[in-house]
Design a protein around this ligand. Structure first.
Ligand code: AMP
Length: 393
């Protein structure tokens, strides 16, 4: 059965087509700069990458070209072969605790939840509607980035704010990157041969989050009401004292909008280093003795250690810790610094094993109190799996 896994952003659309249940990737690609000048797309078939220019006025143009490519490359012979389309949707609020087949009600709810995710849900919807129009017979499924975190108990998801802010306005921790944390949890369940493990899953990319998994379910997570909480990220500040916001508005004569934009787009690695949001540039800066890069990395590492340590204590015992995401999978130095900082918990890094990028590996020593792994995450396959499960074989 052929299924598409889709991730639509405001100016991009990523896709992978799978043969299920084998989970074989038939074609993948990304459309970029949709609605902007110089739009283009890249497709990958049989290990070969092809880049093409295209006039992409909107997501519908991207879907039209995607269908043409599927047909001309003989991936499908007719549109009816596409049985399902799984869409990543960032915010499912507290309404969705698992993936769901999309109908008019679901579309309306995703639209309503745009007040909680103004940058993401409208873009996700554009993708859903473009496919609905052009591949009307395929069953569409929404796979939410918040759903996995819906098992958090109240003491994890509530903020110590007036309770009515939660009941009237939905102010609570939702968490994000749930599709990745779910994948990491499923993978470690298999590796550990344990259906109910206690885990700490670290998704460290340009955006980052760490989750505490208790008996196989999400117990707590570092992202919160918005995707700007918890860890130090590429351009996002993570946890800060809320009093900074009115203070800097007054002192720097900035609008609330500008302050919020700086907290998301000019903070994190970029804000502290003054150079880049990319961890590779930070690592280069450190090698060249750049003090601001050294400081940015210290802040990043310290915050990650704080979250892992607090989740370790809350979980009581931990069966495994894992690292995923661009930084978690590739930055040998970052993993080493975090795990060395956790030495007092009996965690012992195997430095030789840690010398690895982008592949599954046990990176702790045999006598480490907690085994630590690199687990390349795969959000696309999770979307395909949920879609396959929901539409039935
Ligand atoms: P993501 O958002 O998961 O794509 O991750 C992006 C982050 O991963 C950026 O900060 C990249 O610098 C980082 N990254 C990707 N590849 C590497 C690498 N080989 N070494 C260090 N960091 C990397």
């Amino acid at each position: 059965m052929k299924l598409l896994s889709v991730n639509a952003g405001s100016s991009s659309l990523k896709f992978q087509m799978y043969e299920m249940p084998e989970e074989k990737v038939l074609i993948s690609g990304v459309f970029e700069r949709i609605g902007l000048n110089d739009s283009l797309y890249t497709i990958k078939i049989n290990g070969e990458k092809i880049k093409k220019q295209a006039n992409l006025k909107n997501h519908k143009d991207a879907v039209r070209i995607l269908i043409e490519e599927l047909l001309t490359n003989n991936i499908i012979k007719s549109l009816d072969e596409i049985k399902g389309i799984g869409h990543r949707v960032v915010h499912g609020g507290d309404k969705y605790s698992s993936s769901i087949i999309i109908n008019e009600d679901v579309i309306k709810t995703i639209e309503d939840l745009s007040t909680l995710a103004p940058l993401h849900n409208p873009a996700n919807l554009m993708g859903i509607l473009a496919f609905k129009e052009q591949v009307p017979n395929a069953i569409a499924v929404a796979v939410f980035d918040t759903a996995f975190h819906q098992t958090m108990p109240r003491e994890s998801y509530l903020y110590a704010l007036p309770y009515e802010w939660y009941t009237h306005y939905g102010v609570r921790r939702y968490g994000f990157h749930g599709i990745s944390h779910d994948y990491l949890t499923q993978t470690l369940k298999e590796v550990l041969k344990n259906d109910k493990p206690n885990l700490i899953t670290c998704h460290l990319g340009n955006g980052g989050s760490i989750s505490a998994i208790k008996e196989g379910l999400c117990y707590d997570t570092s992202l919160g009401f918005s995707p700007n909480a918890g860890l130090v990220m590429g351009t996002r500040c993570g946890d800060i004292d809320s009093a900074i916001i009115p203070y800097i508005m007054n002192k720097a004569d900035m609008s609330l909008e500008d302050v919020m934009s700086d907290l998301s787009k000019k903070s994190g690695y970029l804000g502290i280093s003054g150079i880049s949001s990319d961890s590779r540039d930070i690592e280069d800066g450190i090698k060249n003795g750049n003090d601001r890069c050294i400081l940015a990395q210290h802040l990043f590492i310290k915050r990650a250690i704080e979250y892992i340590a607090k989740y370790y204590v809350l979980l009581g015992n931990v069966d495994a810790i894992c690292f995923a995401g661009g930084i978690g999978e590739n930055s040998i130095e970052t993993r080493m610094a975090i795990l060395k900082g956790l030495k007092c918990l009996g965690i012992k890094l195997d430095e030789q094993a840690n010398n690895v990028r982008g592949e599954f590996k046990l990176i702790s020593t045999k006598d480490s109190k907690v085994p630590c792994y690199v687990v390349p995450t795969d959000e696309e396959v999770m979307i395909a799996r949920d879609t396959y499960k929901l539409i039935g074989q």
